[in-house]
Design a protein around this ligand. Structure first.
Ligand SMILES: CC(C)(COP(=O)(O)OP(=O)(O)OC[C@H]1O[C@@H](n2cnc3c(N)ncnc32)[C@H](O)[C@@H]1OP(=O)(O)O)[C@@H](O)C(=O)NCCC(=O)NCCS
Length: 392
C-alpha cells in the first residue's frame, strides 16, 4: 500500500505569484514587450495598425490570420455587418436582462452572451471543426456591440437601433449606442481605441478564455468567463475610475496634494502601473494623442494630472517604474466621443471579443487541457478526524 501524508513531495515547480514571468503557451496572435513599450498583432505594430487601418482590417488580421486587400476587407465588412442581427429570442429578453437597479452593464452582458450562445446552439469546441469555431467567433464578435449597446438602451427604455449599413464597426457602435449617426472625427477616435484594445498578450481575461476552451467547452462559456475576468478593476474596470479621479481633483492646483494623499494612504492611482509595461504603454501614448486631437478642456486637464501623478509616483514609489496605462486616456477619449461612463468597460469588452475569439480558436486548434497544480501549505495530512465525528 502507498504511504500517504507528511510534507508534499517536491514534484512541481512553484511559479511566481500571479504567474509573472511564466509562459504558459505558444501563440501566433500577438505579444507584449513590456521593457520595449511595444505590442503587436501577428507581428505588426499594434499602435501603427490603429493609426493607419480600420477596425475591420485589423479584425480580419486577427481572425483570418492575414491583412486583407481592398476587395477582401470590403467583403469582410459586408459579411460581418450582416451578422449584427440579434436572434429574436435574445432581443425580446434584453429589457429583462437590463432591468433592475443598480444596472451593471458588464453583468448584464455576461448573461446576454450566455443566452445568445445558448440560443445560437454553440456546441462544445471539442465537437466542431476549426472552421466552425472561427465562424462562431465572427458571429459572437459581430454581436458583442449589439448586445452591449442594446442592453444600455433597453435599461433606459429605448428601442434598439439598427445602424446604417454603410457604417463600419466603430461608427455603427456609436450609432447603436446614441441613436445618432456619429461625427466622423469622434468615430475615428473611438475606432483607434477599439483597435488598440482588441488584444494584449496573455492578459487575465484571455487566459481565462483559454482555460475554459481547453476543457472543450463551447465558445459562449469561454466568453462569459473572459467577461467575468475583465470586470475586475485591476483588469478592465479602471477607465471610469480614472475619470472619476479627474472629477475629484477638479482643478489643476489641487492635483498634487490630492494625488500625494491618495498614494500616501495606500491607494492606487487608477490609470497608472502595469504588470508588463515597465516603460510608456504605447496605448496610452496614442490615446493621449487622440484625446488631444479631439480637443476640449478635459484632455488638457488630464495631461496636467498625468504629469503630476507621474511626479508623485516618482517621489513616493521610486524605482517601481510606474507609467500611465491604457485606461487613463481611454476614459477621456470615450467621454469626449459621447460614450457614457458606465459603458467604458463594456465598450472594451466589445473590442476585446476580437482577441478572445482569436485566442479561443487557437486554443481549440492546438489544445491541451490547462490544469496546473498548487502547493498545499495547510496542516500536514492526513489530519485525523476529531474524536466522535459522525454523519449529521
Ligand atoms: C495594473 C496593476 C494591477 C499592476 O500591478 P502589479 O504588477 O501587481 O504591481 P504591484 O502590485 O506588484 O505593485 C508594485 C508597487 O507599485 C505600486 N503601485 C502599482 N500600481 C500603482 C498605482 N496605480 N498607484 C500607486 N502605486 C502603485 C504598488 O503599491 C507596489 O508598491 P510597493 O512596492 O510599495 O508595495 C497596478 O499597477 C494597479 O493596480 N494599477 C491601478 C489600476 C489600473 O490602472 N488598472 C488598469 C490596468 S491596464
Amino acid at each position: 500500500m502507498t504511504q500517504v501524508g507528511g510534507a508534499a513531495p517536491p514534484q512541481v515547480a512553484m511559479a511566481a505569484p500571479g504567474l509573472e514571468g511564466v509562459a504558459v503557451a505558444e501563440t501566433t496572435i500577438g505579444d507584449v514587450r513590456g521593457e520595449e513599450g511595444f505590442f503587436h498583432y501577428r507581428g505588426y505594430n499594434a499602435a501603427e495598425l490603429a493609426r493607419r487601418l480600420s477596425f475591420e482590417q485589423v479584425w480580419h488580421l486577427l481572425s483570418e490570420g492575414f491583412l486583407p486587400d481592398a476587395g477582401q476587407v470590403a467583403a469582410f465588412r459586408q459579411r460581418t455587418s450582416a451578422m449584427r442581427s440579434l436572434p429574436e429570442q435574445v432581443a425580446r429578453l434584453l429589457p429583462e436582462l437590463a432591468a433592475g437597479e443598480p444596472f451593471v452593464p458588464l453583468t448584464a452582458l455576461r448573461t446576454a452572451v450566455s443566452l445568445t450562445a445558448g440560443v445560437l446552439g454553440l456546441q462544445p469546441v471539442m465537437d466542431i471543426s476549426a472552421e466552425e469555431v472561427r465562424q462562431q467567433g465572427l458571429v459572437m464578435t459581430a454581436l458583442a456591440p449589439v448586445l452591449v449597446t442594446g442592453l444600455y438602451r433597453a435599461h433606459r427604455g429605448e428601442p434598439l437601433v439598427v445602424p446604417d449599413p454603410d457604417l463600419g464597426y466603430a461608427a455603427a457602435y456609436l450609432q447603436m449606442l446614441t441613436g445618432r449617426r456619429p461625427d466622423p472625427l469622434q468615430a475615428r477616435a473611438v475606432e483607434k481605441y477599439l483597435i488598440l484594445t482588441m488584444d494584449h498578450g496573455f492578459n487575465a481575461s484571455t487566459f481565462t478564455a483559454r482555460v475554459i476552451t481547453s476543457t472543450g467547452a463551447d465558445m459562449g462559456a469561454a466568453l462569459v468567463g473572459a467577461i467575468g475576468a475583465l470586470s475586475g478593476p485591476l483588469h478592465g474596470g479602471a477607465p471610469s475610475r480614472a475619470l472619476q479621479t479627474l472629477d475629484e481633483i477638479g482643478t489643476e492646483e489641487r492635483a498634487y496634494d490630492y494625488l500625494r494623499q491618495k498614494v500616501e494612504s495606500g491607494d492606487r492611482l487608477m490609470g497608472f502601473g502595469h504588470r508588463v509595461y515597465k516603460t510608456d504603454d504605447p496605448r496610452s501614448t496614442l490615446l493621449r494623442e487622440v484625446a488631444l486631437e479631439l480637443g476640449g478642456e478635459q484632455a488638457r486637464f488630464a495631461e496636467h494630472v498625468e504629469q503630476t501623478a507621474l511626479r508623485v509616483l516618482g517621489e513616493l514609489k521610486p524605482g517601481r517604474r510606474l507609467y500611465t496605462n491604457v485606461e487613463f486616456y481611454a476614459g477621456v477619449v470615450m467621454n469626449t466621443a459621447g460614450i457614457p461612463r458606465e459603458m467604458f468597460t463594456p465598450t472594451f469588452a466589445s473590442s476585446r471579443t476580437v482577441g478572445w475569439t482569436a485566442a479561443i480558436c487557437e486554443q481549440a486548434a492546438h489544445n491541451r487541457l490547462i490544469r496546473p497544480s498548487a502547493v498545499y501549505v495547510g496542516p500536514t495530512p492526513p489530519v485525523p478526524l476529531p474524536e466522535g465525528s459522525r454523519y449529521a
